[in-house]
Design a protein around this ligand. Structure first.
Ligand code: NAD
Length: 427
């Protein structure tokens, strides 16, 4: 019998986490705009993406069937330079989530002072359910559909949830084949053999470590840490914090959570997760409920998975003194208020996870100049940009009685607003 004509992406629940993420992003923008006294027209411009593209991506499965999934690319703002932002492969990804993530990229790039606007892309698909050949076909076809939007001087993708350096290599190849010559600068987070930068793979996590240590303001020796998400960002953030002397007591991923009050051997856990496909079953720790990890009595909590995990419902039970957002949008605005009232400091996503886009920028600069820097040079530049952004945010927060998130948004949104004012309105 012929199956009913439905597209799984289109029949998705309309109360998506993506809509909640976009609501959060808009509330944060509104607060910053109030603080900056921006007029209604400029606010509307900043609340609205410059370009949004929704594409249908047909995918030939190994058994000959054809599936059709939805893909997106959103350029939120390009007033300060080319659009920049990752590509996410996740079943819950929708246009609202991609728009929120693109908006946060705009403020993040402005905050850390790199000459980019903000973008994001996504495909509503579970990459784990595809074979490597299906994944390659899907990636190439999605890129082909968004091809008019991207380019080294227009919009430069990078990895995000569910994508990695292999995905970036396929994107670079697809773009280059269409152009007729190699264009390494069209994506960042590539393998180093194709012009990827040394230090890019661990850059977001290194930035999380730098931000966490700056916010701690004391020796990291013995500081207890829980990390939600053990992917590209979370696993290395746990490693770098452990390397600095912290005691990582719990981590989680989609498979489950593990807890060892005396401290986890993060390197051994990474090896286990690589082999077993997740942290669950790691022999030298106890299993823990997913949500319980967030509520552990630790000094530092690093959410490094997805959006909306710290909400009004669980914020009163969060006991960490410091939350360092490796993920984008893990804390809702309501939860933010509860945490601030309870004395928990939150280092916001647009600051804490900016290390990734900083080294992406360095990769792009190297590609545009056909030159490469050593790992040490990249690390020094990353540290300088992270520490100087952190210092600016902390000073403004102190001067004006703002949270770190409010201060970061005032700086980021303010710089983009200023770029619009200086450029004027065409025609
Ligand atoms: P990833 O796909 O490599 O890892 C995501 C991890 O989250 C996986 O370990 C997955 O199992 C886990 N996860 C999913 N659902 C979970 C749940 N309910 N509980 C616990 N863990 C869960 O993705 P990533 O690149 O590490 O990105 C993670 C976050 O960091 C995202 O918010 C992303 O936007 C943000 N970020 C990534 C980068 C980057 O360079 N990759 C840069 C800046 C920000």
């Amino acid at each position: 019998m012929t199956p009913a004509l439905t597209n799984p992406a289109l029949s998705a629940d309309l109360t998506t986490p993506g809509r909640q993420a976009l609501d959060s992003a808009l509330q944060q923008l509104h607060q910053a705009a109030e603080h900056l006294g921006l007029d209604h027209g400029l606010r509307t411009m900043l609340a609205t993406p410059r370009r949004s593209l929704t594409v249908s991506v047909p995918l030939r499965r190994e058994d000959g069937r054809m599936d059709v999934v939805q893909g997106f690319r959103v350029q939120h703002n390009i007033s300060r330079g080319p659009a920049k932002g990752g590509i996410r492969f996740h079943p819950a990804t929708d246009i609202h989530e991609v728009t929120a993530l693109a908006m946060w990229m705009t403020w993040k790039c402005a905050l850390v002072g790199i000459p980019y606007g903000g973008a994001k892309g996504g495909v509503s698909v579970d990459p784990k359910a595809l074979t490597p050949r299906e994944l390659e076909r899907l990636t190439r076809r999605y890129v082909n559909e968004i091809l008019p939007m991207i380019g080294p001087e227009k919009d430069i993708p990078a990895p995000d949830v569910g994508t990695d350096e292999q995905t970036m290599a396929w994107i670079m190849d697809t773009y280059s084949v269409n152009t007729g010559y190699s264009v390494p600068g069209v994506v960042t987070g590539k393998p180093t053999t194709l012009g990827g930068s040394l230090g890019r793979a661990g850059a977001t996590s290194r930035g999380v470590q730098i931000a966490a240590l700056a916010a701690l303001g004391r020796s990291p020796e013995g500081v207890t840490v829980a990390v939600q998400g053990f992917g590209k960002v979370g696993a290395l953030a746990a490693q770098y914090l452990a390397d600095a002397g912290c005691v990582v007591v719990a981590v989680s991923d989609a498979s489950g959570a593990v807890h060892a009050p005396g401290g986890l051997d993060v390197a051994a856990l990474r090896a286990h997760a690589a082999e077993a496909g997740g942290v669950l079953g790691y022999p030298h720790a106890d299993a823990l409920g997913h949500d319980d990890l967030l509520e552990l009595d630790v000094d530092v909590l690093v959410p490094a998975a997805l959006e909306n995990v710290i909400t009004a419902a669980n914020a009163p039970r969060i006991r960490a003194r410091l939350v360092v957002e490796g993920a984008n949008g893990p804390t809702t605005p309501e939860a933010d208020e509860i945490l601030a009232a309870g004395g928990t400091t939150v280092v916001p996503d647009i600051l804490a996870n900016a290390g990734g886009v900083i080294v992406s920028y360095l990769e792009w600069v190297q590609n545009m100049q056909a030159y490469s820097w050593s790992a040490g040079e990249v690390d020094v530049k990353l540290r300088d940009l992270m520490e100087s952004a952190f210092g600016e945010v902390r000073s403004l927060a102190g001067e004006r009685g703002l949270t770190l998130r409010q201060a970061a948004h005032v700086i980021g949104v303010g710089r983009v607003a200023e770029a619009h004012r200086m450029r004027g309105l065409y025609p």
